[in-house]
Design a protein around this ligand. Structure first.
Ligand SMILES: [Zn+2]
Length: 65
């Protein structure tokens, strides 16, 4: 099943921001916010859609995705 484009956008931006921030710090989320101000809504959708993101496994904090 393909995720909706807005969710894919969120996942791609999230991943790109990890090139600068190898964690889910406030600085990381600020970076995501610059590109996708509505990332919180997209994040929720991605979780509800059950999207699994393999690269997130390397980050062991609780705010993945
Ligand atoms: Zn992440």
């Amino acid at each position: 099943m393909m995720a909706p484009p807005r969710i894919i956008d969120y996942i791609v931006v999230h991943e790109l921001c990890h090139f600068h921030h190898r964690n889910h710090s406030d600085a990381f989320w600020n970076e995501v916010d610059k590109v996708l101000p509505d990332w919180r809504e997209r994040k929720e959708c991605s979780v509800n859609a059950g999207q699994v993101w393999i690269s997130e496994r390397q980050f062991e904090d609780n705010t993945a995705m």
